[in-house]
Design a protein around this ligand. Structure first.
Ligand code: 5GP
Ligand code: MN
Length: 336
């Protein structure tokens, strides 16, 4: 592991830098990556954000977005950048399998790997780690990395602030989750002072949906929601036909699980979606119910206590049945 002074030294001279984040980037993945990008370019670094896959339209407006390279669209160019990089920042993930086939290239690169992350159980692939599971967002960690480790608070300009605010806002579910501490609010206030227009960011992320997406949400809630009151659990299971019927695109399914969690007695909500080649699960929980435990044990996944995900190669119907069979094992934690 590299020590902090050596990293600070390295960053004092312009370097070739790749910033990457997890598959199907969310608001924190894009916000933390572009926040760091907008900081690094001020120091003269040659920085590029490479995402393993595409990401939603409601995240495609942040400063620097036009410079982002999507690996699946520009694989050769990305591979060259990864191989030639001096430093690769790995943001909002902590195991190379979270960046798909890009993981192999990052693993092979001689670049120094810097992980900035807030997920549990990091894998051992990095050379420097700025990691804290108590952070509400990786964007929060990027902020303190810039201000406390690199002592560059003055370089948190409006572009940096806008991206980091977006990451914090989305990963804290709009400042609602238990990890939204007073420190998080102080950072948010600093970011607004630095030029993040909080109400505008909220509009761009949350009031930027297509008509299809809103109608699809209605379909999920009216026709696909199952509530198992005996387990304080709600399930929304969506078929591949549903996705086609409503022309669902990347990002349209994001956040729908939260509507199931809005039911007062529901402690565990799951959104299960039948993709082309797999079934994907997205879990949310209230309080101390460990959603990540279910994902880790049964669905080759993981995540945080209150927000976790996993996958299965079984059919949608089998996954729903399997999920229902798991609930009795967690009855004590669900019924409180
Ligand atoms: P989402 O439900 O928004 O897709 O994911 C919520 C959280 O669960 C993510 O921040 C991530 O930590 C975790 N997660 C989602 N899918 C997976 C997965 O397939 N594997 C692992 N390890 N974590 C996942
Ligand atoms: Mn995050």
């Amino acid at each position: 592991m590299l020590d902090t002074a050596s990293l600070v030294n390295l960053l004092a001279q312009p370097k070739k830098i790749v910033i990457t984040t997890h598959h199907k980037p969310d608001g924190d993945a894009m916000g933390s990556s572009l926040g760091l990008y907008n900081y690094l370019i001020q120091l003269g670094h040659h920085a590029k954000v490479i995402t393993p896959t595409d990401y939603p339209h409601f995240l495609s407006w942040m400063p620097g977005n036009e410079e982002v390279i999507i690996y699946t669209d520009h694989t050769e160019q990305s591979n060259t950048l990864i191989a030639d990089a001096d430093i690769i920042f790995c943001l909002d993930f902590n195991a190379l399998n979270r960046i798909n086939e890009m993981g192999e290239k990052v693993g092979e690169s001689a670049a120094l790997k810097v992980m900035i992350d807030h997920h549990l159980e990091p894998a051992d692939f990095d050379d420097y780690r700025y990691w804290n599971i108590n952070a509400c967002a990786t964007a929060q960690l990027v902020y303190t990395f810039i201000t406390d480790v690199l002592h560059h608070k003055e370089l948190v300009n409006a572009d940096v602030a806008t991206c980091l605010y977006t990451g914090i806002m989305t990963d804290s579910a709009s400042f609602r989750l238990p990890n939204t501490t007073s420190a998080v609010h102080r950072i948010a206030a600093d970011l607004i002072d630095a030029g993040a227009v909080n109400w505008r960011i909220h509009e761009l992320v949350y009031n930027n949906a297509s008509e299809n997406r809103v109608r699809f949400l209605g379909h999920c809630l009216v026709n696909r929601l199952q509530v198992y009151n005996e387990y304080n659990t709600a399930v929304i299971a969506v078929t591949h036909d549903d996705l086609e019927k409503y022309d669902v695109i990347t990002g349209d399914t994001e956040g729908i699980v939260n509507y199931a969690l809005a039911i007062s007695n529901v402690r565990l909500a799951v959104f299960i979606v039948e993709r082309k080649d797999k079934v994907k699960l997205s879990l949310r929980s209230k309080g101390d119910f460990p959603a990540n435990d279910i994902c880790k044990k049964y669905f080759s996944g993981g995540g945080h206590r209150n927000a976790a995900g996993g996958v299965s190669t079984d059919s949608l119907e089998e996954v729903v049945n399997q999920f229902k069979l798991i609930l009795p094992k967690y009855k004590n934690l669900l019924i409180q």
